[in-house]
Design a protein around this ligand. Structure first.
Ligand SMILES: [Zn+2]
Length: 475
């Protein structure tokens, strides 16, 4: 009796394995056949190259794509005109796929392998045009699967604006838009393929504004109080502070307004600061000390200082249960293979970065799974990851060796190289979402891991406080 039972279980296992594989093949095949359609959408967003909170055309295109596919759209969520949620299905589980679509200022570039600004104000140097499009494609694919199988569940696409410094997702989290979500999936363009656990630095940013008194800089300097002196005194103090903060912390600033003419004592000056670390407690402490430096600078220079919080994001809370599923699916999908024409383009990009030629093995393969990620940047996905179990991956949409936020990233993202990588992401996300709908046990396991890592006493406190979305931070 026991033997028969075992035999039946084994048969069931084998059958489910084969169905799963056929299913995976079908999902991958369908997405592959839509590469051209999604390539065009991504390229259109690449051409729009709209900056944070100004992504009107990009958000409209993604909304239209999802609405045509049968999703219900709720736009302007969390008080952000370019944020939206597209939903299909009903009841639990609720699987969210995150999508971004903002571009970076000053990085306009044509889709050519040499530096050649396209004449615009911004460029997709972080590949968010691919990010938004692939995530939408994955959500649509999961929707089609739900429809076909009649399974219960909700698939949601979160249209998340202003990732670059605008902390768009933080407002969406603060608004409670993720409260009924079981799992959030995301990805990011990159120069290699990996679904290992990743990490991100918590970040607090603000614009410090100094107000002085203008006067003729030669004729009556004693009558003036320089706002730029306030900025410079603040920077001097913060630069000394660097020696007395944890080595792994990062502080950067740009002077966004330093006055208009040397012969006028500036009555206004502004400096824009970021402070980052792998732990948000450290970031909060450093930020408070930066504010003290600003106050001291104002006092010493006879100016007045006000600051405006701009962004604030949590570090990333990885979920290994989900990452392992994502890694297995990425391994099934595989990396990116270049055509002869793409190889030629890639070699030129590699040479511009000081390499002899592009190492295309990196784009074709999948990195081995790692349980611990290294953090170099920040992302507002961090706040999502402290709200619901979250998993992501990185895909080679750029020529291997390319740093993010470079003209080389914009260039490759505007070609079929970026679009091929984007489809790898779409397929992997779709397979993962479907697997999660199919196997509620994984969701339970992911939730247990999430609760353990986050801690039972956790209370979500946005690092940017209660400020309204900084809708004009790029204006
Ligand atoms: Zn990015």
């Amino acid at each position: 009796m026991k033997k028969i039972h075992l035999f039946i279980s084994a048969c069931l296992l084998v059958t489910s394995f084969f169905t799963a594989t056929a299913q995976q093949k079908e999902v991958i095949g369908k997405l592959e056949s839509q590469s051209e359609k999604y390539g065009k959408i991504a390229h259109q967003i690449w051409e729009y190259a709209e900056m944070g909170y100004l992504e009107e055309k990009s958000t409209a295109l993604l909304q239209a794509t999802l609405s045509e596919a049968g999703f219900i759209i709720e736009k302007g969520v969390a008080g952000i005109p370019t944020a939206f949620i597209a939903e299909y299905g009903s009841g639990s589980p609720v699987i969210a796929v995150l999508g971004e679509y903002d571009a970076l200022p000053g990085l306009s570039q044509e889709a050519v392998p040499e530096k050649s600004p396209a004449g615009g104000q911004a460029g997709h140097a972080c590949g968010h045009h691919l990010f938004g499009t692939a995530s939408a494609a994955a959500a649509i694919s999961a929707k089609e699967w739900l429809e076909k199988t009649g399974k219960q569940g909700t698939i949601r696409f979160y249209g998340c604006p202003a990732e670059e410094g605008g902390s768009g997702k933080v407002y969406m989290v603060r608004e409670g838009l993720f409260n009924d979500v079981d799992v959030a999936l995301h990805w990011h363009p990159g120069a290699a393929n990996s679904a290992s656990a990743s990490a991100a630095l918590a970040n607090k940013s603000a614009k410090f504004r100094f107000y002085g008194v203008s006067a003729h800089a030669a004729g009556a300097p004693h009558m003036g109080r320089s706002a730029l002196d306030g900025v410079e005194a603040m920077n001097a103090m913060v630069n000394m502070m660097r020696e007395h903060i944890p080595q792994t912390a990062r502080i950067h600033y740009v002077i966004t307004d330093g006055g208009k003419a040397p012969n006028v004592v500036p009555d206004f000056a502004e400096v824009y600061y970021y402070s980052r670390h792998g732990s948000r407690e450290v970031v909060i402490d450093i930020f408070d000390r930066i504010v003290k430096a600003a106050e001291g600078a104002a006092l010493g220079t006879g100016t007045r200082m006000e600051y405006e919080m701009i962004g604030g994001t949590h570090e990333l809370l990885p979920n290994l249960t989900l990452q392992r599923i994502m890694h297995a699916n990425l391994s099934t999908v595989g990396g990116v293979t270049y055509s002869a024409e793409e190889k030629e383009f890639a070699d030129k990009i590699a040479m511009s970065l000081g390499h002899e030629k592009a190492d295309l093995k990196i784009a074709a393969g999948v990195e081995p799974f790692r349980e611990v990620g290294v953090a170099y940047g920040s992302t507002d996905v961090g706040d999502v990851s402290f709200t619901v179990p979250t998993a992501g991956l990185r895909i080679a949409t750029w020529v291997p060796g390319t740093p993010a936020h470079s003209w080389q990233a914009v260039a490759a993202g505007g070609t079929s190289i970026g679009e091929k990588g984007m489809m790898v992401a779409a397929k992997t996300l779709a397979l993962t979402a479907i697997e999660l709908f199919n196997q509620p046990k994984i969701l339970e396991k992911a939730k247990v891991e999430f609760e353990e890592k986050r801690g039972t006493n956790f209370v979500y406190q946005p690092l940017l406080g209660d400020r309204k979305p900084a809708l004009d931070y790029r204006k």
